[in-house]
Ligand binder design. Structure first.
Ligand code: GCO
Ligand code: MG
Length: 427
């Protein structure tokens, strides 16, 4: 008996030569901090950039890309963004996770950059056009005591910020996340970059009860100085248990926060039910999430007010747009993550997306260093408190290889935290 060989009923068409990905390069540089960037080039020379930076674990993503993704990209159709996203996500079989999703994000953003260049327009136009004139950004004020903090808020207002995150030291705690210029256990300086070029993570300490007592007094002082109008934010950086977070939210209600961020470790979504029952302080979460599924319970049950994902860590524009659209159904707005470890490429992607979607809320801005901006030449602007991605075609970011060559990779770690009895705590 003869058998007929099985064939796919419909063959996926070969890409036009100009659209086939001809080159895929993984670029690692450290202009004051480490960045991993993917650069794709099409048959006719269009270049797309994607950010693949995973703070403190950079080389894992560089290897994931170079060893496992680049070989799959060569010859693929650069026009097929959704198809490439699904191919990389589903075909790997091992889904989700920060390394995988940062790698997929880099490919996705590079392909959007190319598509917008092919269309001859800034990316936000391709995403539907501007929904607003600019993106309100918040800056990071901090101080080791209240006078230093008030100075820092003043400085940020002078720089043009119209919304301010407030972080402060806590009496009895040596080093606290987010407080600039405090000495660390290695004698270094915290400033705007928590990742440090050290062989082992720096150890910080923590006391939740002292923190809960202190923070409301700090917000009282800030409100007394700057009045009721200024939007103020605070990052709990995953350190509280649910009942502690509920207590903090409640005690901050008189100071009318814009949001309380990462009040509990984000992997326990149900924890937010308890927090929500006790406080009307708006809640923001999600900078360590990497897919829409991490938000499922939080959105469906309306347990949060802002999604904090970044383009870089949730699988790119394709994925973050779906999260934003899902959030919009529940009147939840965006507050995309924007620390220095999101490169100017990841930042530009966030700004194009934020400009286009309806439910934009606020954008975090930790300005990059001059060295970083020598390597990544960006068209993004910050004026009068508002960010804008600019009008260059594509993302509006160019990568300067010559500048990057002066800044080779240097290992760096985020700190770790211990309670005063030596127990490891959430950093
Ligand atoms: C924020 C974040 C960052 C993270 C950093 C870790 O709200 O900006 O909490 O400061 O700590 O991105 O890599
Ligand atoms: Mg945060």
């Amino acid at each position: 008996m003869s058998t007929t060989p099985l064939a796919l009923p419909i063959a996926v068409p070969e890409p036009a030569e100009r659209d086939a990905i001809a080159r895929a390069e993984v670029l690692v540089a450290s202009p004051d901090r480490n960045f991993v960037t993917l650069r794709l080039t099409t048959g006719d020379g269009l270049v797309g950039l994607g950010d693949a930076t995973l703070n403190g674990r950079e080389l894992a993503v560089a290897s994931y890309l170079a060893d496992h993704v680049v070989p799959l990209l060569l010859g693929r159709d650069a026009q097929r963004i959704e198809d490439t996203w699904q191919f990389l996500y589903r075909s790997a079989y091992w889904r989700r996770g920060p390394v995988t999703m940062a790698a997929i994000a880099a490919v996705d953003v590079a392909l959007w950059d190319i598509k917008a260049k092919r269309a001859g327009m800034p990316l936000y136009q391709l995403l539907g056009g501007a929904s607003r004139a600019g993106l309100m950004a918040y800056g990071h004020a901090s101080g080791r005591d209240v006078p230093e903090l008030l100075d820092s808020v003043r400085r940020h207002l002078d720089e043009g910020f119209r919304s301010i995150r407030v972080q402060t030291s806590v009496p009895g705690v040596r080093t606290v996340y987010g407080v600039a210029s405090q000495p660390t256990s290695t004698g270094g300086r915290y400033d705007y970059e928590p990742a440090q070029r050290v062989p082992l993570p720096v150890e910080e300490d923590w006391d939740t009860r002292a923190y809960l007592r202190h923070i409301p007094t700090v917000f009282e002082a800030v409100r007394a100085e700057f009045g009721p109008g200024l939007p103020l934010l605070h990052d709990g950086h995953h350190r509280m248990r649910p009942i502690e977070a509920a207590k903090l939210g409640k005690s901050l209600e008189p100071y009318d926060l814009f949001w309380l961020e990462d009040c509990t470790p984000a992997e326990n979504q149900e924890a937010l039910r308890l927090v929500r029952q006790h406080t009307t302080t708006p809640l923001a979460i999600g900078e360590v999430f990497n897919t829409a599924w991490d938000y499922q319970t939080l959105l469906r049950e309306q347990l949060i007010d802002y999604v904090r994902g970044s383009v870089t860590h949730t699988g790119g524009i394709t994925a973050l747009r779906k999260i934003a659209d899902q959030a919009a159904m529940y009147q939840v707005r965006t507050g995309f993550h924007g620390p220095t470890d999101i490169s100017p490429v990841g930042m530009a992607a966030a700004l194009h997306l934020g400009l286009a979607i309806h439910n934009f809320g606020i954008q975090e801005l930790m300005p990059h260093s001059a060295h970083t901006l020598e390597v990544f030449r960006t068209s993004c602007t910050f004026t009068g408190g508002y960010l804008h991605p600019g009008e260059s075609v594509g993302l509006g970011v160019d990568y300067d290889d010559e500048a990057a060559a002066a800044f080779p990779y240097e290992p760096a770690y985020l700190p770790t935290t211990r309670l005063h009895d030596g127990t490891v705590h959430d950093w």
